[in-house]
Design a protein around this ligand. Structure first.
Ligand code: NAD
Length: 461
């Protein structure tokens, strides 16, 4: 029995057809939710398996899916290399499905229609590829993978199996960024000619990358891929063209070997009083449950010292990116800023669009994000977009609606396929290669993808 008073507005909209259009190859296409009232016949729930029961797997893709979308999906299996964490995950997500540490076994026994991949970045490709080979469509967290060979292997597997890999670029879904896309597509500043894009990670969230596996290029592909692929995807989507070449610089100036004191992790550090980066993990219950309680299985320390000597990623980065349609971009990423956010400006033949976002501000200060539109020989216009209330500027909930509710349209072309996932990573990979060779790197030299002047849109899943 499906009681109408219990359903959310979003589910009501979906079920009554207020959301239009259809997912071409939706894993949810078997669901018929056209009737509503005393009961809604849910013909078939999509069978989902998830690999990687860390924070993102448990909260965004586990617990939240069960809370919001359990009329449409069911979990048939959970898997993680850490035998303790997969049991913690099962408990925190609140499901009764079987758990596994053997991925092949899970796929063969549970036969999911959709596999969600939320493991460490360097391992994504193996599960994406094998998942498709074993008959599932794949939804993967960003970055799709960390190097060009793995990208090619994913593209080849998709072609070979006829299955699809969707990359969850939640950043595209924040209403503020969607508004920028809309203004650019409407030609408000004419043709885009160049973009200045500067992203700042702060000494809290930014520093956290240096505590975890992300600090190692072999695990994360560096922040060029792990973090900046979000930003490169936004650029690719906003500019509506493919990146063609990248020249980059990068250094490690602040964290890692640059520290004046260090320990293995904060819990064992004798200098916690002097260190501004001291992180008391014992005060964060979810971290204690997910990570500390399961350290005994894999030795992974979630509160690692940001000054460990093994940090081998850059903490300041800059790139010049040239797009196939002629747009040039000046991009930078700084990881030890006093505030978290970004500044972006699009220059066009008829004007300029600017935004300055401080993500770490107090939401009580203002409850909107601003876009300033300057038109040549005209007055400036201030556009205010109310904050999204879910994670990542409101993007997380809208992304999940599109993935898991039936018949949700894609007016802003936010659905990202494997080509989009690849191109976002390829800018970061090209930047890494450029720093190593001190030469510009052509995107076309990295994989079989040839950059196109105008993006081709393909809705999947
Ligand atoms: N889109 C976003 O805004 C966003 C936000 C956070 C994380 N993420 C992405 O989500 C993914 C997970 O991030 P997280 O913060 O949950 O990390 P995490 O370290 O909390 O979790 C990763 C999990 O993967 C497991 N794992 C690692 N290697 C494995 C293997 N070979 N086989 C099976 N399991 C393995 C680990 O044991 C761990 O439980 C990453 O790819 C990250 O980039 C995306």
């Amino acid at each position: 029995m499906y009681i109408m008073t219990k359903i959310s507005r979003r589910h009501f909209l979906a079920a009554t057809g207020a959301m239009t259009g259809s997912a071409l190859l939706s894993p949810l296409s078997g669901i018929k939710a056209e009737t509503i009232g005393i009961s809604t016949p849910i013909v078939k729930k999509t069978r989902i398996a998830l690999i990687g029961t860390g924070s993102r797997g448990i909260f965004m893709w586990g617990r939240d899916l069960m809370r919001e979308y359990s009329n449409y999906i069911e979990f048939v299996g959970l898997c993680d290399i850490n035998e303790g964490r997969v049991e913690t995950g099962k408990r925190m997500i609140g499901v009764s499905c079987p758990t596994y540490t053997d991925f092949e076994k899970m796929m063969k026994e549970t036969k999911p229609e959709v596999l969600i991949v939320t493991t460490m970045d360097s391992t994504h490709h193996q599960f994406i590829i094998r998942g498709m080979e074993l008959g599932a469509n794949v939804i993967t967290e960003k970055p799709m993978t960390i190097d060009e060979k793995k990208i090619q292997a994913i593209l080849d597997a998709e072609e070979r199996t006829g299955k699809h890999c969707r990359v969850t670029f939640n950043y595209r879904y924040s209403p503020h960024r969607a508004k920028i896309w809309e203004l650019l597509r409407a030609g408000e500043i004419g043709d885009i000619t160049s973009v200045d894009f500067h992203w700042y990670l702060d000494t809290s969230h930014g520093a956290d990358y240096f505590r975890r596996w992300h600090r190692l290029v072999e695990c994360s592909g560096s922040l060029w891929v792990h973090k900046a692929s979000h930003h490169f995807d936004l650029l690719n989507w906003w500019i509506d063209s493919d990146p063609e070449s990248v020249y980059a610089l990068g250094e490690l100036n602040f964290y890692g070997k640059n520290g004046t004191m260090r320990a293995k992790n904060c819990r064992t550090c004798p200098q916690t009083k002097q260190c501004p980066f001291f992180f008391d993990i014992t005060k964060v219950k979810s971290h204690m449950d997910i990570y500390v309680a399961n350290e005994k299985y894999d030795g992974y320390l979630r509160d690692g010292c940001v000054f460990r000597n093994d940090v081998n990623i850059f903490d300041k980065m800059a790139a010049t990116i040239h797009y196939k349609n002629g747009v040039q971009v000046a991009y930078s990423l700084t990881t030890y800023s006093p505030y978290e956010g970004y500044r972006i400006a699009f220059n066009g033949t008829k004007g300029r669009l600017e935004a300055w976002i401080q993500e770490s501000r107090k939401t009580s200060d203002v409850n909107y994000d601003e876009i300033v539109l300057f038109k040549n020989f005209s007055k400036r216009e201030y556009i205010h977009i109310p904050f999204g209330t879910s994670g990542h500027g409101g993007g997380d909930a809208l992304l999940k609606d599109q993935l898991f509710l039936p018949n949700v349209d894609d007016p802003y072309r936010q659905c990202a396929n494997s080509r989009d996932g690849a191109l976002a990573c390829l800018v970061g990979i090209a930047a890494r290669n450029s720093i190593a060779t001190k030469q510009p790197v052509k995107i076309a030299d990295l994989t079989s993808i040839s950059p196109m002047e105008k993006k081709q849109y393909k809705r999947i899943l």
